[in-house]
Design a protein. Structure first.
Length: 476
């Protein structure tokens, strides 16, 4: 089945009606989800928003666009089409038919992977809940809400798997996904970056560029999973995720474009006087969001992840394009590490490990290569404006709280620093209170059709062929 059924209380393409128990369980979770949306979702009151809703999981014409009150958004359960011949692509079970049920021996691990993924989805909605109050345009406001409703749908995607395949424990975990909250002192979200606040729109663009992109890579590894329902769920989520990436990429583009223009027109680096965001501040925000997102990939080496791979639970990014045996039992791999510098000191370097234990590093490197694409785009904007300044990705050891470099300090160029040097200099590299206060001072809402705040350029294209000055959101 590929066409979601919208006549159902819970739109789905998994023939929910044929499993009454599951349907009832999900229908009783639904009001809890709506309570969560009301209390933790977007705070800005709106009448309706120009949103896309999935109507088919195939091809290009998969979404319908129209104005809908956000609370009436048809969150549902959509899996990509099933390939009845699909076989496991890697690990110990390579070549065997993909699993339609959860094997008992991998139950706990699969559940854990789904819970961790599921926990990030509502977390970002919570982090972004106040941004509507300061949107730079109706176009941006609409994009924020589109990302929010789809992260809500991604929560549905994971909750469906928990309910359908993990029994009572799965249902309990589904409840917990609504009880943990981003930044909460008693029950925070599982991963660090999802407890950071997203207080302004520069942070939002950086978050959707860097942190949502981590999500893309995690989903990419789960899409390879031998557990077919998880694979199909993630495949469709990746399709929605592409829009979130676009919001981040073009969002940062537009900030850089505006800053560059103000620099050129006024022949100055001090664009704050003209209400734009200085390039060094943009770099600091980039440094922060990039480094906390690198942490999301976990330690450089991990036996858990080696086991997930061998068991077939989680593959590599684009597993089928890799030219090796997809089992990796004989291979080795260089990972980033602190190495003995010979004088009793440790320095930033690399060390050789079993390829299986280095899989986090492999995924992080794929991610880093992707992030370099963003920096290239932004530098092209500076170049085309005739400016010599450039943005860059900081060194992998910079500002890390997880993994090999968690215990040391390093500059964005990879120079190792003492704790004192770090505290003295970190304000040059990470947003200071002054920077944050300045950026926040720019965040004045612009809700008039076709108008935009002074710190960001308008987009080149509207949504779904609509012009920039379209009425994307009707406020209350
Ligand atoms: Fe998501
Ligand atoms: Fe996302």
């Amino acid at each position: 089945m590929t066409t979601p059924d919208y006549a159902e209380k819970i739109p789905n393409n998994v023939d929910l009606a044929s499993d009454r128990r599951l349907q009832r369980a999900l229908e009783s979770w639904q009001p809890n989800f709506l309570n969560w949306w009301d209390s933790m979702g977007p705070t800005l009151p709106t009448q309706d928003v120009y949103l896309r809703t999935a109507i088919d999981v195939r091809g290009e014409g998969w979404a319908h666009f129209g104005h809908v009150p956000m609370r009436d958004y048809r969150w549902g359960i959509f899996l990509s089409e099933r390939n009845p011949d699909r076989r496991i692509g890697f690990g110990r079970h390579k070549g065997e038919p993909a699993w339609q049920k959860v094997p008992g021996e991998y139950r706990a691990e699969l559940q854990r992977l789904i819970v961790i993924q599921g926990d990030t989805e509502p977390a970002s909605v919570e982090q972004q809940r106040n941004l509507g109050a300061t949107a730079p345009s109706l176009y941006d406001l609409r994009n924020l809400f589109q990302v929010n409703v789809e992260e809500g749908r991604h929560l549905w995607a994971m909750v469906y798997l928990l309910h359908a395949y993990f029994g009572r424990e799965g249902r309990e975990e589904a409840e917990e996904l609504l009880h943990r909250n981003s930044g909460s002192a008693d029950s925070p979200r599982i991963l660090g970056a999802f407890n950071e606040e997203t207080p302004d729109w520069l942070s939002f663009y950086m978050f959707t560029y860097f942190t949502d992109r981590d999500g893309k890579y995690q989903l990419g590894t789960l899409k390879e999973s031998a557990f077919d329902p998880l694979s199909r769920t993630c495949e469709f989520m990746l399709k929605e995720e592409a829009h979130h990436m676009m919001v981040g990429t073009t969002g940062v583009d537009r900030v850089v474009e505006r800053t560059a223009r103000v620099m050129v027109e006024n022949d100055t680096d001090d664009v704050a006087a003209f209400g734009a965001i200085p390039l060094p501040v943009i770099q600091k925000y980039l440094n922060f969001h990039y480094s906390v997102s690198l942490d999301l990939f976990g330690g450089e080496t991990s036996t858990n992840v080696a086991n997930y791979y061998t068991a077939g639970l989680k593959g590599r990014w684009l597993e089928d394009r890799r030219k090796d045996d997809h089992q990796l039992t004989e291979d080795s791999f260089m990972v980033d590490a602190l190495v003995d510098a010979g004088d009793g000191e440790q320095s930033i370097g690399q060390t050789e490990v079993l390829a299986l234990t280095g899989l986090n590093t492999d995924l992080r490197r794929e991610y880093i290569a992707d992030c370099e694409g963003g920096v290239k785009r932004w530098n092209r904007i500076l170049d085309e404006a005739g400016l010599p300044q450039r943005l860059y990705l900081p060194h992998i050891a910079f500002n890390r709280k997880v993994g090999a470099f968690a215990g040391i300090e390093a500059s964005p160029t990879g120079e190792q620093l003492s704790a004192d040097e770090w505290s003295a200099r970190k304000g040059q590299w990470l947003p200071t209170d002054t920077d944050k206060t300045y950026v926040r001072s720019l965040m004045q809402p612009v809700y008039q059709r076709g108008k935009i705040a002074a710190w960001v350029a308008p987009p080149r294209n509207g949504i779904n062929g609509q012009p920039f000055d379209y009425e994307y959101v009707h406020l209350v």
